[in-house]
Design a protein around this ligand. Structure first.
Ligand code: HEC
Ligand code: HEC
Length: 229
């Protein structure tokens, strides 16, 4: 114990004296001595708050979310949305709103409630960097109507073109307008019905767009979106 304390004191004194010596010859010997103490504390405090931890996100996703959303966020189940390559800010917003009930979902509220703000960010930034698998349109007859609505809207009813906000290829515009392309048509249909009928009330913009669409138009545009790339 005494020996250790003695060694430490000696080391400190050596460091101090080399720091003193360095005042004339700037930087070189002073830097290692000065940097040695603050170095371990800095990386833990500063970047952790700002930067998402992708490894943590991946781990949590694999443990809880992958069962429904697919191991890489490309869900194979039509009712469960694909999350891969979605804008992380949009995903965080959805998770917050599942948690606080602004976007009601009996399934997602429970899972989102168990996530901290940091978890949400870690998961969203991990899954948002996974490669998206493309989808396919299924209904030849409807897809033409869907394409027309997506690209041009419906003039006589003042329905804005989806492309205007979600971009022509459905990639969306970070961070405000989500990516739509390749999404399961069943999921997209359910969301548009939800916006229209008030079950999903977390976007006034989308409520206004969906309010003027009938069931057939919703089905058509959802089918077109599934094949969009
Ligand atoms: C039991 C299946 C299941 C599990 C497990 C699950 N989800 Fe979901 N998730 C769903 C379903 C179904 C929806 C569609 C909900 C709706 O709109 O009503 C959804 C929707 C979402 C959305 C919205 C996507 C969008 O495009 O708006 C996000 C984000 C999401 N889930 C993230 C997660 C995360 C993160 C986890 C793990 C912590 C998770 N989910 C676990 C089934 C699940
Ligand atoms: C004025 C801009 C605007 C227009 C036009 C618009 N959207 Fe959106 N859309 C949004 C915004 C903003 C959101 C994100 C809502 C949120 O934050 O929850 C959204 C979300 C969506 C979602 C939910 C995505 C998901 O993963 O759950 C779907 C589906 C969608 N839009 C389809 C459409 C379709 C189809 C059209 C055309 C008929 C359209 N949108 C036109 C702004 C727009």
């Amino acid at each position: 114990m005494k020996l250790l304390a003695c060694l430490l004191t000696t080391a400190l004194m050596a460091a101090a004296s080399s720091a003193f010596a360095a005042e004339e010859k700037p930087a070189v010997p002073a830097t290692p001595a000065a940097a040695a103490a603050p170095a371990p504390a800095a990386p833990a405090a500063a970047p952790a708050a700002a930067k998402p931890d992708l490894a943590q996100g991946q781990q949590k996703f694999a443990a809880v979310c992958a069962a429904c959303h697919g191991p890489d966020g490309n869900s194979g189940v039509p009712a469960n949305p694909k999350l891969a390559y979605q804008h992380p800010e949009y995903l965080v917003k959805q998770l917050q709103e599942f948690k606080n009930g602004k976007r009601p979902s009996p399934i997602m509220q429970g899972f989102a409630s168990q996530l901290s703000e940091a978890d949400m960010k870690n998961i969203a930034y991990w899954v948002g960097t996974q490669k998206a698998k493309p989808g396919f349109a299924k209904d030849r007859e409807l897809v033409t109507l869907g394409e027309r609505i997506y690209r041009g809207g419906i003039g006589e009813r003042q329905v804005a073109a989806c492309a205007g906000c979600h971009s022509p290829n459905g990639a969306g515009v970070p961070s405000q307008f989500p990516r739509l392309s390749g999404q399961h048509a069943d999921y997209t249909t359910a969301q548009l019905l939800g916006f229209r009928d008030g079950a999903r009330k977390n976007s006034l913009m989308m409520a206004q767009v969906a309010a003027k669409l009938n069931d057939r138009e919703i089905k058509a545009v959802a089918d077109y979106i599934a094949g969009l790339r």
